[in-house]
Write a protein that binds this ligand. Structure first.
Ligand SMILES: [Zn+2]
Ligand SMILES: [Zn+2]
Length: 177
């Protein structure tokens, strides 16, 4: 599934479930941690009212996961069609649009997810390929990697509990990707 196919399928599914008419729009995001999300905007006139805004799909993670997924256009999907990760995420997010922000991943959302053809058990899917955290925190007292981070972090004052206070100032950040 490439970018064009992802956007096509997302728009077809949003149209199918009536979401385009409600004002939902597809948008590529720069996020690297979540494959997809639905975002609302707040109404200026009536605070507390959530207005449909975007289905955000991570270009980075679609590229990372796309090769594993065959694109089946919506009008060619047969009964028993099993969505891959990207399609499941699109259906999952449409269920959020229908169930509303406040429903979270609760029972109303779960029932909606089933109607939308999304796997209701999959809220944070471990089998979606995520980028590796490129930074490793290494304790130079024991030479062990004691943590991984997505961003550079300050290590001043931190220590490795196993090595104790003698490891204060002995932790280094190493770029491992
Ligand atoms: Zn969700
Ligand atoms: Zn240590």
């Amino acid at each position: 599934m490439n970018f064009w196919e992802t956007e096509q399928l997302a728009n077809d599914l949003m149209r199918h479930f009536g979401m385009l008419e409600l004002g939902w729009k597809f948008r590529w995001s720069n996020g690297k941690r979540t494959l997809g999300s639905a975002s609302w905007k707040r109404s200026r006139l009536s605070p507390g009212v959530q207005i449909p805004n975007h289905l955000n799909m991570s270009g980075y993670l679609v590229q990372l996961n796309g090769a594993d997924e065959v694109y089946v256009p919506l009008d060619e999907q047969e009964p028993g069609h099993k969505p891959g990760h990207i399609e499941d995420t699109i259906r999952h997010e449409i269920a959020h649009m229908i169930a509303g922000h406040a429903a979270g991943h609760g029972p109303v959302w779960k029932a909606t997810a089933i109607r939308c053809g999304a796997d209701p058990r999959r809220c944070a899917d471990e089998s979606v390929k995520m980028p590796k955290a490129p930074y490793e925190i290494v304790c130079t007292c024991c030479d062990k990697v004691i943590g991984k981070r997505h961003k550079r972090v300050r290590l001043g004052g931190k220590f490795h509990p196993k090595c104790g206070k003698k490891s204060v100032g002995q932790l280094v950040l190493r770029y491992a990707a």
